[in-house]
Design a binder for this molecule. Sequence first.
Ligand SMILES: *[C@@H]1O[C@H](CO)[C@@H](O)[C@H](O)[C@H]1NC(C)=O
Ligand SMILES: *[C@@H]1O[C@H](CO)[C@@H](O)[C@H](O)[C@H]1NC(C)=O
Length: 504
Amino acid sequence: MACKSVLFVTLGFLLSFCSTAKVNKHFFPQNFKIGVANAAAQIEGAWNEDGKGETIWDRFAMSRPERIFDHSSPQVAADSYHKWREDVEMVKEMGVDHYRLSIAWARIYPDGYKTEEPNAKGVAYYKNLLRSLRALGIEPMVTLYHWDLPQKLQDDFGGWLSPKIVDIFADYARTCFELFGDEVKWWITINEPKQICEAGYGTGVFAPGIVSPGVGNYKCAKNVLLAHAKAYHIYDKEFRKKNQGKVAIVIDSNWSEPASAKPEDQEASERALQFTYGLYGNPVFNGDWPAVVKERVAQRSKQAGLKESRLPALTKEEIKLIKGTHDFLCINHYTSHMVSAWYEAPVTDTSLTADIGVNDWMPKEWPRGGEGWFSVWAPGMRKLLNWLKNTYNNPEIVITENGLSDNTGTLEDDHRINYYRDYLSNCLDAIYIDNVNLTGYTAWSILDDWEWSTGYHSLIGMYKVDFNDLTGLGFLGSLLHTSPKSPRTAAWQKILENVYIKQK
Ligand SMILES: *[C@@H]1O[C@H](CO)[C@@H](O)[C@H](O)[C@H]1NC(C)=O
Ligand SMILES: *[C@@H]1O[C@H](CO)[C@@H](O)[C@H](O)[C@H]1NC(C)=O
């Protein structure tokens, strides 16, 4: 695709980009919320300071560094535990409405289990952060669980593989609602169950590194849903009246574009979506697992000679507990894939991929995200929003993550600006042309972070972080409070301010 320069005549400035589609020039509605995000384990560092317990990601990265692309760990990350005031400044500078952050469970309860008193220093850290944001008129959106399970819970009973986790998570959630309920009106229980369960307990490429394809991932899925549901009901019964907040679960999904209009390719697309968003979305919005997921896993289990489906059943009571536990729908979306019908994989292959049973690829014509793992195809955003609207009965939708990584470290990040412009443009199409009830958008990420198994190799921040400075100076760096975070570009702000500015 040819790159061209486009002059926004009315705006009087020049942006250079590869145009993928006509840019929607609507403004976002007045009450639309635009924000930026990050998560505790990816930015805080201070992994064992002030009473914080070890997490599965600390253990995963430090015990076997070769599992992380650059052999790094979250020990220091962007040092936000010490430099949080700079983070707040950056969020303020961005001029956004909200900041999505997460609480590290192991800072509140170091071993994960509820104790008589939560860890005072951990509590103080989040209170200061939340109050500072609110004082500036920035609404915090707070995730209770963004992948950093206290290691003790993994060691004691297998973490998300055991139903024991459900009540222990619920206790932790109640404590957070109690402690921070005055400051927080937007609660996210759990972030991206697909990654927690499939990568953590299926393929094992994420912490805690359990390899149990087609078994562990589904057990985990059930426990995650029950934990989310319990936390939701606790808020509903004990806190909603007083705190007037909203609670939801964040589910991630790619868009699966059917390769052709042939019915089998259309079905392949629907099946892929039901196995990713639907696996979690259907129980929460419609009750029970999606029919196609239930049928396929049961059938493939039976053909393999198993007495029961690898997908654990949800009882009537469990369905009732989970169904309806949403105040809005959240979607994390980064990339699209093309899908077509596939031959049936041998039933001895129990992987999620085989259960889904579609041919899945990134077409050559779609530009790659910085490191080649993602493809950039902005229409997928609009199509996914429409699918969510139609599949879940037109709910209020908030995009809780969207963004583009690279590994250049450049401050000239036109590719990222273009990505945001095109994805935001498709959001506007969804709102104004398709009547999707999209009420918020959150960009990932405010600053470069520790991107899990890709470590510091993936750079995805709107602010560049000089990790060499941070890690090089080590303890001294924290003391000096040097300013290793510098804005990657001012153009994102120009986009927000001039192209998509909300009418105020
Ligand atoms: C989306 O695709 C990427 C690869 O491009 C993959 O790593 C990720 O797990 C997929 N996300 C979901 C929710 O399936
Ligand atoms: C969108 O959702 C919000 C929150 O549920 C609701 O108040 C509003 O009426 C909805 N808007 C439309 C156009 O459906």
